[in-house]
Design a binder for this molecule. Structure first.
Ligand SMILES: [Zn+2]
Ligand SMILES: [Zn+2]
Length: 339
């Protein structure tokens, strides 16, 4: 079959590899859509630990074409979304109901073959059947949505809350919709790109603004001088991570959701955290949120369609990889079976 292979850090190849076969408990999935993520960029640059040579791609969906012995959860013909994270079940975190922090975490597209290929092997336990009406591209966005659900859990967004989101990319857009579902009544999104602001306005943000024209502090004050109940840093930048600390109200929560490069530090004023009784937390991966993410999409309460902005064939992977992060783009989809 044809696949993308990261041979080592900084070295990729698109070409023929051995056809995968499903082992007991596994399903062979014909990959129909596979989204490019910032993590793929970090794996390629060596900033994110992975096992090479690697077929990357951890956000994908497709049709089951073969099942290994003992598989009953999925069958040939099912359209499924893959939950890429495979936990060990025996480390201290797995045994304390925090499996997403597993010490022996394996992941499709990170330590095992993933979805930038014509076919991928997925443990049947990690294949989620998509209900009728949900497309493969939406299925490929279930993993990011599941991560955003974790962010909402960590932020503990409640009915009546005011939420500030710094960064209106795919993750900011998903956090915005989920905040609305959780009952937030005032949702502000800071996003420099006009096209993204328009999308988020359409999807129900209460106020989007360009932080280069209106500083986030001023936009926040205009809505509520006390600040937000929950602030999400979703731009993955040290300056917005720093700023997030000042935008939360007393008793508020700051979720450092975006992936800021590890080399950056920010300054923390302990007195401010103490006086305001702030909660500052991270949000990692997506523990048990894949199933609710599927349900949300199937119920049309969350709209994923606008976030699949561009489509590329497998042969065009390098072009797509270079295009990642372009101002007019959200998620770039690789469609391995497009002729
Ligand atoms: Zn990802
Ligand atoms: Zn574990």
């Amino acid at each position: 079959m044809k696949a993308v292979t990261f041979e080592s850090v900084g070295k990729m190849r698109v070409g023929i590899v051995a056809d995968p076969k499903p082992a007991p408990g596994e399903a062979l999935v014909k990959v129909l859509a596979s989204g490019i993520c910032g993590t793929d960029k970090h794996i390629f640059s060596g900033a994110y630990a992975a096992r090479y040579p690697l077929i990357p791609g951890h956000e994908f969906a497709g049709t089951v074409v073969e099942v290994g012995p003992g598989v009953t959860a999925v069958k040939t013909g099912d359209l499924v979304s893959a939950d890429p994270n495979i936990t060990c079940g025996r480390c201290p975190y797995c045994r304390r109901n925090k499996a997403h922090l597993c010490l022996n975490l394996e992941a499709l597209g990170v330590t095992r073959s993933g979805g930038f290929a014509e076919y991928s092997v997925v443990p049947a336990t990690h294949a989620y059947v998509l209900p009728p009406g949900v497309t493969a591209e939406e299925g490929a966005l279930i993993e990011p949505l599941a991560c955003a659900l974790r962010g909402i859990q960590m932020g503990n967004v409640r009915p009546g809350d005011t939420v500030m989101i710094l960064g209106g990319g795919t993750m900011g857009g998903l956090l915005m919709q989920l905040s609305r579902q959780a009952g937030a009544v005032r949702i502000l999104v800071a996003e420099p790109l006009a096209v993204r602001r328009q999308t988020l306005d359409r999807l129900g943000a209460d106020r989007t603004f360009d932080p280069r024209e209106t500083p986030s502090e001023a936009a926040m004050k205009a809505v509520d001088p006390e600040g937000a109940d929950v602030v999400f840093e979703a731009a993955g930048r040290p300056d917005t991570a720093q700023q997030a600390l000042t935008l939360a109200r007393k008793g508020g929560t700051v979720v450092l959701f975006g992936c800021v490069e590890p080399k950056h530090n920010i300054t923390l004023n302990p007195a401010l955290v103490n006086d305001k009784e702030l909660t500052i937390c991270g949000s990692f991966n997506n523990p048990c949120t894949h199933a609710p993410a599927v349900a949300l999409v199937a119920s049309h309460r969350v709209d994923l369609k606008p976030f699949a902005s561009h489509r590329f064939k497998l042969d065009e992977f390098e072009k797509a990889f270079d295009y990642f992060g372009a101002p007019d783009s959200y998620k770039l989809m690789i469609l391995p079976h497009e002729a």
